[in-house]
Design a protein around this ligand. Structure first.
Ligand code: SAM
Ligand code: SF4
Length: 341
C-alpha cells in the first residue's frame, strides 16, 4: 500500500477544511461502496437473482478510491466507512484499508458488513487500520435469517460478530432493519444482547429503494413502535456511543452495550446529514435517496488533479437536497446494494 500513498503524494491536509453546504451542514464523512456484489440477497436490499456482472473496468480501483479520498481529506473529510454490497467479497480489501488509513487527516475508518466473511479477517483488518465495524443482523433465528437474507448463514455472521469483539474493533454495532410481520417478535431479544455483550444494536426503518416499494411500505415498522416493543426488556435511559450520528441512543440499566434508533422515515434527520457517498461504479451521491449523482470515475481516469477532484466534491456538496422524499415512496434508480446504506 506504500505504493498507493506514493502515487498520491504524502501531503498533509491543506487549509481548505470543513466544506459546508448551503444549509451550513459540515460534510466530513465519506461512505465508500467497494462493490455492489454480495453473498446474501436480503429482501429489502438486493434482487433475488443478484446483480449483473461488472468488469474491473466498471468499478473504481483501490488506487482510484484512495486518490479520491485523499482529495476529500484535504477538504475536511475525517471519517470513512467502507460498505457495499458486501465489502468483504472484494479481494484485497486489507490493501484499501491500509491505503485509506495512511491518508493525512482521516481519523476514523469503519466498515459495514454482514459479518459472514469477517471471522478470519477481523484481526488483520484491525492491524491494517480499521477502527470499528457495523454488522447487519436482523434475527437470531436461523430459519428467519435464511428467509430474510435468502441464504442460510447465521452461524458465520455470529462468528464474525464474536471475532470483531475479540480483536478489539470498538465499538461493534449491530444494524437491525425492523420489519413488520417478519422480525418484530425478535426485536426485544436483539435489544437484550446489549445486556450481556458490549454490542450496540441500532434499529433501522426499512427504506423504499429498489423495485418493490410496496413491500417496503407494508413492512415499515416505525421506530416508536420498536421502542415500545423493546421496553419490555427493561427501562431505557439516554446514553452515548462513539459515532452515533443520527441515532437516538439508550442503555438498559446495567447493560454493557446500547440500543439506538435510526428513524429515517418517521423522524427525518436530514438537517444533521454530514456525508457523501461514493458508489462502486464511481458516482458521488449527494443524498442516498436521490438519483442526482456526480461522475467521478470519468474525471479520475482522465487524469484529474487534486483541485479538479475537489471541484467534484464541492459540486456534490452544493447538490445536497435539504431533505429526502422517501415518504413519497417514489421509484429510484438504485437498490441499496448499489448505494451502500
Ligand atoms: N452488506 C453489508 C451489510 O449488510 O451490512 C453492507 C451493505 S448494506 C447495503 C448496509 C446497510 O444497509 C445494512 O445494515 C442493511 O441492513 C441496510 N439496508 C439495506 N437495504 C435497506 C433498506 N431498504 N432500508 C434500510 N436499510 C437497508
Ligand atoms: Fe448484502 Fe448487505 Fe444488502 Fe444484505 S443488506 S443483500 S448483506 S448488501
Amino acid at each position: 500500500m506504500g505504493i498507493l500513498v506514493e502515487a498520491i503524494g504524502a501531503h498533509g491536509p491543506r487549509g481548505e477544511k470543513n466544506v459546508k453546504d448551503k444549509l451550513g451542514r459540515r460534510i466530513d464523512y465519506l461512505r465508500i461502496s467497494v462493490t455492489d456484489r454480495c453473498n446474501l440477497r436480503c429482501l429489502y436490499c438486493m434482487p433475488a437473482e443478484g446483480v449483473a456482472y461488472k468488469s474491473h473496468g466498471d468499478i473504481l480501483s483501490y488506487e482510484e478510491i484512495v486518490r479520491f479520498a485523499h482529495a476529500g481529506a484535504q477538504l475536511g473529510i475525517r471519517r470513512i466507512r467502507l460498505t457495499g454490497g458486501e465489502p468483504l467479497v472484494r479481494a484485497g480489501l486489507l490493501e484499501l484499508v491500509r491505503g485509506l488509513k495512511a491518508i493525512p487527516g482521516i481519523g476514523e475508518l469503519s466498515l459495514t458488513s454482514n459479518g459472514i466473511l469477517l471471522a478470519p479477517l477481523a484481526g488483520r483488518l484491525k492491524a491494517a487500520g480499521l477502527d470499528r465495524v457495523n454488522i447487519s443482523l436482523d434475527t437470531l433465528d436461523s430459519q428467519k435469517y435464511a428467509q430474510i437474507s435468502r441464504r442460510d448463514s447465521l452461524p458465520a455472521a455470529w462468528a464474525g460478530i464474536r471475532a470483531a469483539l475479540e480483536v478489539g474493533l470498538e465499538p461493534v454495532k449491530i444494524n437491525t432493519v425492523a420489519l413488520r410481520g417478519i422480525n418484530e417478535d425478535e426485536l426485544p431479544a436483539l435489544a437484550a444482547l446489549t445486556l450481556k455483550h458490549p454490542l450496540h444494536v441500532r434499529f433501522i426503518e426499512v427504506m423504499p429503494l429498489g423495485d418493490d416499494l410496496d413491500w417496503a411500505r407494508q413492512h415499515l415498522l416505525p421506530l416508536n413502535e420498536v421502542k415500545d416493543l423493546i421496553g419490555t426488556v427493561g427501562e431505557l435511559a439516554p446514553a452515548r456511543v462513539a459515532g452515533s450520528g443520527p441515532a437516538h441512543v439508550y442503555r438498559f440499566a446495567g447493560g454493557l452495550g446500547t440500543v439506538g434508533f435510526i428513524a429515517a422515515l418517521s423522524h427525518n434527520f436530514c438537517h444533521l446529514c454530514n456525508r457523501l457517498r461514493l458508489t462502486a461504479d464511481g458516482k458521488l451521491k449527494p443524498c442516498l435517496a436521490s438519483d442526482v449523482e456526480v461522475d467521478v470515475k470519468g474525471a479520475l481516469r482522465a487524469g484529474a488533479d487534486m483541485g479538479e477532484i475537489q471541484a467534484l466534491y464541492r459540486k456534490a456538496v452544493a447538490l445536497k437536497p435539504s431533505r429526502h422524499k422517501l415518504q413519497q415512496y417514489r421509484e429510484q434508480g438504485r437498490n441499496m446494494n448499489q448505494i451502500g446504506g
